[in-house]
Write a protein that binds this ligand. Structure first.
Ligand SMILES: C[S@@+](CC[C@H](N)C(=O)[O-])C[C@H]1O[C@@H](n2cnc3c(N)ncnc32)[C@H](O)[C@@H]1O
Length: 320
């Protein structure tokens, strides 16, 4: 595999708080909460890829179906000289549909999961020898800048996977406002957003029968044991995911099956029996409510695609 990826280490400015800082701060909150970005070490990224293949997990295959249908329209709107910047690029798989339709000169993948980012972008560079591939390990919830040496003058930002749903609506608006700063005037943002739907379909997607989402959630505790000084026992916590209708979001929790004290980096935290650590929200939007949110962050809507069952949406937004 050729090592032809331009890797930009943005760590000092854009890495955000360390795992240790995030975990200690999150466990001290009431209720205990950790940000979803902590799921993604190499193992977490691999488990997410397995989630994408579960029959109950409709978002990935539905977004891919939408992109396959819309790719040529997207290429036309983006124009001939567009480059691609993917946020939370993960396996960089969906973007292949865009690369093939758009033939951009350059691609930049941004992800917090460094090892996985390196492997995925190297694979991309090997499969698309005509493409200049860049990668930057950065936290997209922090103010971002495009790395020096990334030549794309007309970047189209691509934010798939409904990762926008991991922010609450206020944070999502602030994130979009940050992206607004990053993009030049007239710059585009192609964003995948999961749609509101029946509780049964939503809850099944986050409680797959094979238990992969449960393993993904519990990997956070295994990661704490691997990377920090901690006696936390993942086996004493249970995965729980449910739809919170009032807030229009799926919530994921790790519930302690007993009263216990856990030690992390010399600090003790008490869990009562049944107490949960809140590990992820995944907000669901209607097409209209998401458009309104994007509008408040300074984006106007150019195009919208959904699937026949209205499970998922892909919006083409432009910096107004
Ligand atoms: C839900 S997965 C989506 C992966 C892929 N884009 C897809 O659509 O299948 C979220 C991706 O974003 C990355 N990620 C999560 N939080 C992040 C953050 N704060 N900064 C940068 N990357 C992040 C994860 O490592 C993971 O690759």
């Amino acid at each position: 595999m050729p090592l032809s990826v331009h890797f930009h280490d943005q760590r000092p400015q854009a890495a955000g708080r360390s795992l240790r800082e995030e975990v200690l701060a999150g466990f001290a909150e009431r209720p205990k909460t950790t940000p979803p970005k902590l799921f993604y070490d190499r193992r977490g990224s691999e488990l997410f890829e397995q989630i994408c293949r579960q029959p109950e997990y409709y978002p990935t295959r539905t977004e891919e179906l939408i992109l396959a249908h819309a790719a040529h329209d997207i290429a036309e709107i983006a124009g001939q000289d567009a480059s691609l910047v993917e946020l939370g690029s993960g396996a960089s798989r969906k973007v292949r549909l865009l690369l093939e339709a758009m033939h951009p000169a350059s691609y930049l993948g941004i992800d917090i999961s460094e090892d996985f980012l390196r492997t995925s972008t190297q694979r991309l560079a090997a499969d698309y020898p005509w493409l200049e591939v860049h990668a930057a390990c950065a936290d997209f919830s922090r103010p971002m800048s495009l790395p020096d040496g990334f030549g794309g003058e007309h970047p189209l930002a691509f934010f798939p996977g409904s990762s926008i749903g991991n922010f609450d609506p206020e944070e999502a608006q602030a994130f979009l406002a940050n992206l607004h700063e990053l993009l030049p005037e007239g710059g585009g943002l192609l964003i995948g957003v999961d749609l509101l739907k029946d509780r049964e379909v939503l809850e099944a997607a986050y409680n797959d029968r094979a238990g992969v989402t449960a393993a993904f959630n519990l990997n956070l505790l295994e990661r704490i044991r691997r990377e920090l000084d901690s006696d936390i026992e993942p086996g004493t916590f249970v995965h729980r995911a449910f739809f919170n209708q009032a807030d229009s979001r799926i919530e994921m929790h790790l519930v302690s099956d007993r009263a216990q004290d856990v030690e992390i980096e010399g600090e003790r935290f008490h869990f009562t029996a049944g107490e949960s650590l809140h590990t992820e929200n995944s907000y669901k939007y209607s097409a209209e409510s998401f458009r309104a949110l994007a509008g408040r962050a300074g984006f106007c809507a150019l195009a919208l695609w959904t699937d026949p069952q209205a499970l998922f949406s892909v919006h083409y937004l432009q910096r107004a």
